[in-house]
Design a binder for this molecule. Structure first.
Ligand code: ZN
Length: 202
């Protein structure tokens, strides 16, 4: 679930997007998976209709063991995204890698996500570093990986210097993520395949 105020509106990138309902500082954890998000096991997923599968492809994140986590909000893709994903001691979250103004569209890089099926889309993000096409079937060049890693590292260095709504959430997953982050006051960030990690084992 999103930790900051957001709203849905029509997007000049694609269809409907998610927009910031308040200013969000770089380094803010913007999203985590809470118990309100829906978990679909690999077995359940395989028994779904194609319509339902397509909905989950769009809204979900696939774990490497084939299980899915599905959330309501769906940020559009941008090659110059203002939030990016990382794992903190194995817990997934999205972090703001830029200061985001109120009313600005929140975007993420879909190229980060693991997928067991090959898909690709033409990009309409209009950013200067647009890759033109993105998807799980497209290899990520080293320049893009370095960009993700440097942006996540810089944002992670600010985690304890900005207001973190996460730290005030009262559910098991928020508490686990808060504990993991609070125990890393000088986080070392490790790039790992596509994702970056703040590791428990530096
Ligand atoms: Zn693009």
């Amino acid at each position: 679930m999103y930790l900051t105020k957001i709203y849905k509106n029509s997007s000049c990138i694609d269809g409907e997007g998610i927009f910031a309902g308040e200013p969000i500082s770089k380094g803010t954890i913007v999203f985590y998976y809470s118990s309100n998000d829906v978990y679909v096991s690999k077995k359940e997923f395989q028994s779904l209709s194609n319509f339902e599968k397509n909905r989950i492809y769009k809204l979900g994140v696939e774990e490497e063991d084939g299980n899915w986590i599905v959330t309501e909000g769906d940020a559009n893709h941008s090659c110059d995204a203002n939030i990016l994903s990382l794992f903190v001691d194995g817990l997934y979250c999205d972090i703001a890698v830029k200061d985001i103004q109120s009313g600005e569209e929140i975007t993420i890089d879909y190229g980060l996500f693991y997928s067991s099926f090959p898909w690709e889309m033409t990009c309409r993000c209009h950013s200067c570093n647009c890759r033109g096409i993105f998807g799980s079937a497209i290899a990520i060049d080293s320049q893009t990986q370095e960009l993700w890693h440097s942006r996540i590292s810089e944002a992670a260095g600010r985690i304890h210097h900005v207001r973190q709504p996460l730290f005030f959430r009262d559910d098991d997953s928020a508490r686990a993520l808060t504990f993991a982050l609070r125990s890393r006051h000088s986080p070392r960030i490790f790039p790992y395949i596509k994702f970056s990690l703040i590791s428990a084992y530096p």
